[in-house]
Design a binder for this molecule. Sequence first.
Ligand code: NAD
Ligand code: UDP
Length: 315
Amino acid sequence: MKKRILVTGGAGFLGSHLCRRLLNEGNEVICLDNFFTGAKENILDLVPHPYFELVRHDVQEPILLEVDEIYNLACPASPPYYQFDPVATTRTSVLGAINMLDIARKCKAKILQASTSEVYGDPEVHPQPESYRGNVSTTGIRACYDEGKRCAETLFFDYQRQYGVEIKIVRIFNTYGPYMNPYDGRVVSNFIVQSLKGEDITIYGDGKQTRSFQYVDDLIEGMIRLMNTKDGFTGPVNIGNPNEFTMIELAQKVIRLTDSKSKLIYMPLPEDDPLQRQPIIELAKKELDWEPIIKLEDGLKKTIEYFDKLIKKEG
Ligand code: NAD
Ligand code: UDP
């Protein structure tokens, strides 16, 4: 049955993939975005679709829309952008969650929150299960994002307990793929763009910090499966690829795949930058029958192809 689905942050990297997939599955999609870090270019191909609507709106402000499901993704995700106006970042997470939960409550819609591995902070437990409560600085420069997302999770559970709203929470680990903003400062886009342009590759710190990257299609599959779980299953569920590697290893792989002459240069490590991160995905396997299937090398090739075209278009 055709559902009417609201995707906040729908013009962003992940949101644009989600809108495309939901439309392809025969749903009506309302994409809501204030275009802070997203772009119309990400969804231009969807605009002519008769069941696609684009709404320019800031989730910090209330809005009433009649929908069956809500995916709440609106929030800058890259550290330089979420730290650019940290107060707006917290407001977006917290007020955005309240405003979207109010819609869900009024319409009896199901609502899914795009939470993050950042709720674990700089983890002292490794790898991270959903039961780990995290090691987050409340005063550091990442706190606007981390604490905003933690508070959003709290609000989701309180709306469920207090008002019976049907909630789902996904904790997303680092994700990459086409439609990432080439200049938003995240590591995969930085390294690929630098490599393709033959510029120096910027390693922050000693490059021995680790991350676990998943390709965007794997994540979108996990999010949709979570939304479709039975009533009463809320998560939070980790969705990520347990394949962990250092930033130096990532740089070397990108250089090899782009056949680049770029050199590594070392720059200061940003404050509060987590040393390591890797999801335990047993819950996703059990409840969603999900695990990532796209290998890093294959995902990187697709992403490199996307950035290569984009850079050639820029001239
Ligand atoms: P993105 O920056 O590409 O997308 C975020 C979108 O939200 C953009 O289109 C932006 O314009 C929009 N937005 C920001 N503030 C808004 C506001 N106040 N009102 C309306 N729209 C607003 O980032 P992304 O990587 O696509 O991330 C999407 C969501 O997934 C975010 O909530 C992020 O926290 C979460 N997440 C992403 C990752 C990742 O690796 N990409 C990891 C963990 C969590
Ligand atoms: N990083 C890096 N060079 C860059 C951009 C990022 O070495 O040009 C590092 C960053 O310090 C962090 C890791 O790569 O340790 C992942 O950074 P990103 O901003 O992509 O994600 P997050 O820190 O939110 O996991």
